[in-house]
Design a protein around this ligand. Structure first.
Ligand code: BG6
Length: 508
């Protein structure tokens, strides 16, 4: 997320340097649905040029031509889907340019011969720069990294770079995350590791930093003197879908909280970085996540709710336990609500309530900042019976934008108040090109900007903060039912009610 150069002459975007990008897991969903469309979009925008070579690596047999044709078919399908939503279909000339530079290596991730073939492919390129994208099942992350290291492919001699991109999940608890980081750091330096959390590829998430730190207004009230609490919601309408194998062992907490929701929390709660550089931004983020109070087992239970969706016959929605390949007595949570406290000077006493769930009524990812209400005294002798608190709502998706909920006087002879919203919707101000959210992340990796990638300490601090919930739930695995297509379990409402507060309605 480099800032644009300030002088006019430097305004055209910098083209990524020549690189060979190896996509491990070349036939997987991530490559087909997100990475290749993103590479296509980067080509369209002139941010990568003919010096980018793409090499798929996977165990399936395929020639270069067969692999390229498969990707083309996929991008067409994705493009056609997007077109229905106003996007563009595949431009044959553009695709032709990109297709020329796609090739394939058939190889087992655990076989040294695969890495020899990769080494030879790099030698054929002019610069020697290489990025290895591990779009594989997580069990291969450490295996592939070790073998890349053993084959000498991570050595950055003669000014070339070698980078490794890892997708979430980074471990499944604190010990496994620490072990994975140790394993990666044995064969490469932190500077070479690009840990992706796709939430950081979202414009609206990046905008939190820019809005907070480029507008002097915010800092004056961004603290526990004026903010009562913060609600972070990631509500989804989809169910577990075809991901039963992954989801049964993961659940909503591991899937969404230490990564995506904590990224949102960090963006809202971090101290201003000294610069928009990777070290400064990542340092502040790691600090604030590290300041989350570690709950005791009893506190973790009292401050969390695990839910699971149940059948909604009238809406034709199956319950989680009836979904394909899910155990009929599964206690995996599909919903989680948590209260966390940040023990630092800015936030002491301000609860952060987090909730996320599948099969909810609406898709909406939102940060709602609740301000302390104005004193009521001046309205005592008026028709106004109570003052509700103001919210600043940062909509991450689908209605990207920011809104301040305020009160205004309804025109007329009596003093009546009406809720109004001062707001900004992205679509009203900016032309949004179709994008997968991976464009910025891939471009930043190729240009060596780590600002939007997670550092080891950030990952470990996230797991440290959720570990008490995981431990407490091992002993108390019960889940609270909620109806599919509803707003979540009743116990989640109680969590806030106990503090004299309530959730904002999930309204997209
Ligand atoms: C993924 C989770 O990381 O994020 C999914 O594994 C979830 O379960 C998805 O659906 C949500 O991402 P987005 O961008 O749709 O909010």
């Amino acid at each position: 997320m480099g800032l644009s150069p300030s002088s006019e002459s430097e305004k055209s975007p910098q083209v990524a340097p020549p690189t060979t990008l190896f996509l491990f897991g070349a036939h997987g969903d991530l490559v087909k649905r997100l990475l290749m469309p993103a590479l296509y979009n980067l080509t369209r925008d002139g941010l990568v040029d003919d010096n980018l070579h793409i090499v798929g690596v996977d165990h399936n047999a395929a020639t270069d031509q067969e692999y390229t044709a498969k990707l083309e078919a996929f991008i067409r399908e994705e493009g056609a889907k997007k077109n229905a939503e106003g996007g563009e279909v595949l431009d044959p000339r553009l695709w032709g340019r990109l297709a020329k530079r796609i090739s394939y290596i058939q190889g087992d991730f655990l076989d040294d011969a695969t890495y020899q073939a990769i080494g030879e492919r790099i030698e054929q390129t002019a610069t020697g720069n290489a990025a290895f994208y591990l779009a594989t099942a997580p069990r291969f992350f450490a295996e592939v990294a070790q073998r890349l290291g053993k084959a000498g492919l991570l050595q950055e001699d003669d000014g070339v770079f070698r980078r490794v991109v890892v997708e979430k999940p980074f471990g499944s608890d604190l010990p496994s995350a620490v072990a994975l980081n140790e394993c990666l750091l044995k064969v490469m330096s932190e500077r070479q590791i690009y840990r992706i959390d796709h939430y950081l590829g979202k414009e609206t998430v990046q905008n939190i930093l820019v809005s907070r730190f480029s507008n002097g207004l915010f800092e004056s009230f961004w603290n526990n003197h004026y903010i009562d609490h913060v609600q972070i919601t990631a509500a989804e309408t989809v169910g577990v879908g075809t991901r039963a194998g992954f989801y049964e062992n993961t659940g909503a907490l591991r899937d969404m909280v230490p990564n995506h929701l904590f990224q949102l929390l960090a963006m809202v709660a971090m101290e201003p970085p000294a610069a928009f550089g990777a070290d400064a931004v990542r340092g502040e983020k790691a600090k604030v996540v590290g300041a989350i109070r570690p709950w005791s087992e009893m506190e973790a239970l009292a401050n969390s709710v695990r839910g699971q969706y149940t059948e909604n016959k009238s809406a034709g929605l199956a319950g989680y336990r009836q979904e394909e390949r899910i155990e009929p007595d599964s206690n995996t949570e599909t919903y989680v609500a948590l209260k966390v406290m940040i023990d630092n000077w800015r936030w002491v006493g301000v609860p952060f309530y987090l909730r996320t769930g599948k099969r909810l009524s609406t898709r909406s990812t939102e940060i709602a900042i609740c301000f302390k209400p104005a004193p009521y005294a001046q309205f005592r002798d008026t028709e106004v019976d109570r003052l509700r608190p103001n919210f600043l709502r940062i909509q991450i998706q689908p209605n990207e934008g920011m809104w301040f909920d305020l009160f205004a006087k309804r025109p007329g002879p009596t003093l009546d108040m009406e809720d109004i919203a001062l707001g900004f919707a992205y679509k009203d101000f900016f032309e949004m090109h179709p994008s997968t959210g991976y464009e910025t992340l891939i471009y930043d990796c190729l240009t060596g900007d780590q600002t939007l990638f997670q550092r080891a300490d950030n990952i470990e601090n996230g797991w440290r903060a959720v570990q008490p919930f995981l431990d407490a739930w091992t002993k108390h695995p019960e889940v609270q039912p909620y109806i599919a297509g509803g707003s979540g379990p009743e116990a989640a409402d109680e969590l806030l009610r106990n503090d004299g507060r309530e959730w904002r309605q999930i309204d997209g």
